[in-house]
Design a protein around this ligand. Structure first.
Ligand code: SF4
Ligand code: SF4
Length: 272
């Protein structure tokens, strides 16, 4: 299969999603949730996957594509941006838990699964095998205390964000989300397949290359989880997110909107 044919299948499966809209209380017109995904490809044997086993990156629990699937040829990664309409609504909602964000973010997992099911089914019809590590019941996630217990790191058997980095779609930001050409405000997916696809060029050499280091995500974080000149503290973020869930029944996610990298990769644009 060519990359072009693969991308056609992605477009068809995305366009066929039935529930890519949410209705908000008191509003007649539903909001479209996700835009067509950016799709990138990496070779399954790319040495970058071995590097992810470094405890400073992911850790020893990380499994290589070929550990999951003998005969693996490619890793496919997706970034689905939230629509401009969703993002602009979230920017205006100053509540600790934005109603639009709760509806859009809360519903995105089901949507992405629906998309993956459709795409995997089309690939299977063409005799192509797929393995989805994130939907594997054997997924491993080990919490490791760091900074003397002030923060935590997760050593995991697979990571969509790292698959996206490997597949040329973007770099990390200070908020630890991935920044793509369509920004950071989106959701992710990835899988391993036995079909050979042309790898997407990684147009960066540094893990944080597309981040401006502007500190605006830090200023936006109500939980004090992102230092102005450093990376998101996952322990503090989780504590704040847990409190928001308990008190309001929703999600925080403020560090994904009202910032320069919300819908584009500003540092990349600046270097062009
Ligand atoms: S808001 Fe600024 S510092 Fe934070 S991730 Fe985006 S570009 Fe980087
Ligand atoms: S999710 Fe909320 S608490 Fe966590 S870093 Fe983002 S803004 Fe801060």
């Amino acid at each position: 299969m060519t990359n072009e044919r693969f991308l056609e299948l992605v477009s068809e499966c995305f366009a066929a999603l039935e529930d890519n809209a949410v209705s908000l209380p008191g509003e007649k017109k539903p909001l479209q949730v996700l835009d067509t995904p950016l799709t990138g490809f990496a070779a399954a044997e790319d040495p970058i996957f071995e590097q992810f086993r470094d405890p400073e990156i992911i850790g020893p629990e990380f499994r290589l594509p070929t550990d999951y699937m003998s005969g693996a040829k490619s890793v496919v990664a997706f970034f689905f941006p939230f629509t401009e309409e969703v993002r602009s609504r979230v920017c205006k909602e100053e509540e600790p838990s934005s109603p639009t964000w709760n509806a859009a973010y809360g519903g995105n997992f089901k949507l992405v699964d629906e998309f993956l099911d459709a795409l995997v089914s089309r690939l299977t019809e063409e005799g192509i095998a797929v393995f989805q590590p994130n939907r594997d019941p054997g997924m491993v996630r080990v919490q490791v205390p760091v900074s003397g217990g002030e923060d935590v790191h997760y050593s995991v058997s697979w990571s969509n964000r790292h698959a996206i980095y490997a597949a040329g779609l973007g770099t990390f930001g200070m908020h630890r989300h991935i920044i793509t050409e369509k920004g950071c405000c989106g959701t992710t997916a990835s899988f391993i397949t036995d079909v050979e696809l042309r790898p997407t060029e990684r147009k960066y050499s540094d893990v944080y290359e597309w981040c401006l280091r502007c500190g605006e995500c830090s200023a936006r974080c109500p939980g004090g989880a992102i230092p102005p000149d450093g990376l998101r503290n996952l322990k503090k973020c989780s504590a704040h997110g847990g409190a928001v869930r308990e008190t309001y029944g929703g999600f925080c996610g403020k560090c994904l909107t009202k910032i320069p990298c919300e819908g584009c990769a500003p540092a990349k644009a600046r270097s062009n």
